[in-house]
Ligand binder design. Structure first.
Ligand code: G3H
Ligand code: 13P
Ligand code: ZN
Length: 305
């Protein structure tokens, strides 16, 4: 588990690709992700947030994930665990890696909490990701409207003191479907400074959906309202993967757009259908297609199994 995931993270670092970390919260989304990964012979991380775990319930989540993990190169990850208790629970359930997100705490408290999780998880061969700086969106209730970029000097000290396996950095990405109102940029200068101090250390980018405009347009066309939705331009993500040490790219919003756009279209165009399979299978297929597109054009993990 840990060894295999570590192997792929190191391989990604060496070969200039990344592992997509794709969130799921139901069977169809998970099946779409796995179908996409299998079609491209790609390793992939399947991510479950605290909210998604609560929604699916532990046993159902693990049953689904364990079927998915029968395939080679599929890893189960806890996304944005906010406490020691939730991370411990995920470790005990059999996750391959956990994220302890202490980014809303002050620096010393973040180190303390992260170290506690690392000490527990590593004993069970589970990898740990932490976050330094703040990524706008999910953490809005604890941050200001502006970004809190990762401080490179703190990043070096944080990694040394905690022993984390990967670090999520804040360089201008944000969670959700409304990422930019102005210029679409990322702080590659900060990323380079982090990499100078932490050479060859695996870094993670959250809030990295491109907010696929085809999907947004489909949602708007079929009764939705997402007029100003914007994401990270794909070329910035490609640069992060190809020219920097980003080995894991988190994507949730694009998958939500995929399933929702497909379900909206099929229901609007076929007002008489009422069997959930009739619309969910179309949603599942759209998730598969967006997964394939990302693997080929952003993650570059095709044929890396
Ligand atoms: O980064 C956060 C993910 O998009 C999870 O969101 O807490 O609504 O499941 P969620
Ligand atoms: P997006 O909202 O950009 O898909 O980010 C998801 C994420 O970072 C999950 O941890
Ligand atoms: Zn995130």
């Amino acid at each position: 588990m840990k060894k295999d995931l570590k192997f792929y993270l190191n391989k990604a670092l060496k070969e200039g690709f990344c592992l997509g970390a794709l969130n799921f919260s139901n069977m169809e989304c998970l099946q779409g992700i796995i179908d996409g990964a299998k079609a491209t012979n790609s390793p992939i991380i399947i991510s479950v947030s605290e909210g998604a775990l609560k929604y699916m319930q532990d046993d159902y989540c693990m049953a689904l994930a364990n079927v998915a993990r029968k395939n080679k190169g599929i890893f189960l990850h806890l996304d944005h665990g906010k406490s020691y208790e939730i991370c411990k629970k995920a470790v005990d359930l059999g996750f391959d890696s956990v994220m302890i997100d202490g980014s809303s705490l002050d620096y010393a408290e973040n180190i303390k909490l992260t170290k506690k999780v690392v000490d527990y998880a590593h004993k069970k061969e589970v990898l740990v990701e932490a976050e330094l700086g703040q990524i706008k969106g999910i953490e809005d209730e604890v941050s200001s409207a502006s970004h809190h970029y990762t401080d490179p000097i703190q990043a070096l000290e944080f990694v040394k003191k905690t022993g984390v396996d990967t670090l999520a950095v804040a360089i201008g990405t944000s969670h959700g479907a409304y990422k930019y109102s102005g210029e679409k940029t990322l702080r590659f200068d900060i990323l380079s400074d982090i990499e100078k101090l932490l050479p060859a250390f695996p870094l993670v980018l959250h809030g990295a959906s491109t907010v696929d405009q085809e999907l947004v347009n489909k949602i708007n066309k079929f009764g939705g309202e997402m007029k100003s939705a914007t994401g990270i331009p794909a070329e910035l993500l490609v640069k992060a993967v190809k020219e920097h040490n980003i080995v894991k790219i988190n994507t949730d919003t694009d998958l939500r757009l995929a399933i929702t756009s497909a379900v909206r279209e099929v229901l609007m165009q076929n007002p008489s259908i009422f069997d959930p399979r009739d619309y969910l299978k179309v949603g599942r297929e759209q998730v598969k297609q967006i997964t394939i597109k990302k693997i080929k054009k952003v993650f570059f993990s095709e044929n890396k199994l």
